[in-house]
Design a protein around this ligand. Structure first.
Ligand code: URA
Length: 273
């Protein structure tokens, strides 16, 4: 029986990824051939799904005798009175299995009290090594893009993610992992009370806005996001990792940046120039 070489190669990729090996470059080759599939590794791409609220994601079921990870995350997050407390709470959290395979807890980087909070998806290899979000290739592109509209982590920007530990081999985070970290994401937004919340890519957009529309449908629009501490202005942008794979989409990212810039002007947010 003849084996389809593409199938065999995919099986090998899946095997090594499951074993925790970083298959980023090899997967990028497949992604380029197969077209957009997921926000972090493959796409924040043009899937246009109907504009209806997403059903609540399934909660991870606690093992008998073990504490419910979501309840534990909620308790830790609610007790945090500041972003630094929240960082310590995330570091103390044992309810996400990814913590056991990751090197670092990657919580946030930038300026506490910044008027802009950006949330991405999950740490990759470089972020895991350095313990900071968005420091690899996509992070460098993100920094350059945001610099065009006067945003700088050292001055007026705080950056975080939807989950805080690198998934092995950069696979997509599971719903269970996302749900376990969600109380921390929500508490960060409530504590930061940014003038503008930027959600980059599908995982952040879906998790925070609780919508299942494709990123192409959500990007560039103005949302009012309800938090426990009040309403926050929010918008969705294409993920920089997607732009690295699909450079022709940079024109859309440029349009998103102009939307953000105009909104920041309206909100009176001072920026570096
Ligand atoms: N992509 C993300 O979404 N977050 C990071 O921190 C790095 C890459």
């Amino acid at each position: 029986m003849e084996t389809d070489p593409a199938l065999a190669a995919r099986a090998a990729l899946a095997f090594w990824r499951a074993a925790g090996v970083d298959m980023e470059e090899a997967e990028a080759v497949f992604a380029a051939k197969a077209g957009p599939a997921s926000p972090r590794q493959r796409s924040a791409g043009p899937a246009a799904s109907p504009a209806k609220p997403a059903p609540p994601p399934p909660r991870p079921r606690p093992k008998p005798g073990a504490e419910d990870p979501v309840a534990s995350a909620r308790g830790l997050a609610a007790a945090a009175a500041s972003i630094l407390d929240l960082k310590a709470a995330v570091q103390a959290f044992e309810g996400c299995a990814l913590k056991r395979t990751a090197r670092s807890t990657v919580f946030c980087d930038g300026t506490l009290g910044a008027p802009v909070l950006l949330i991405g998806e999950a740490p990759g290899k470089d972020e895991d090594e350095q313990g900071k979000p968005f420091v690899g290739r996509s992070g460098q592109l993100l920094d350059r893009m945001l610099a065009y509209i006067g945003l700088d982590r050292k001055v007026n920007l705080l950056i975080s993610n939807t989950i805080y530990w690198r998934p092995p081999g950069n696979r997509d985070p599971t719903q269970g992992e996302i749900v376990a970290c969600l109380p921390f994401v929500e508490r960060l937004i409530a504590l930061a009370q940014p003038k503008l919340l930027i959600l980059t890519g599908k995982a952040a957009a879906h998790t925070v806005l609780k919508r299942e529309d494709g990123v192409m449908k959500l990007r560039g629009r103005k949302f009012l996001h309800q938090t426990e501490a009040g309403v926050v202005n929010a918008m969705v942008m294409l993920h920089p990792a997607y732009l690295l794979r699909q450079p022709q989409q940079k024109r859309l990212a440029w349009a998103d940046l102009l939307t953000a810039e105009a909104w920041l002007d309206d909100l009176g947010v001072d920026r570096t120039r």
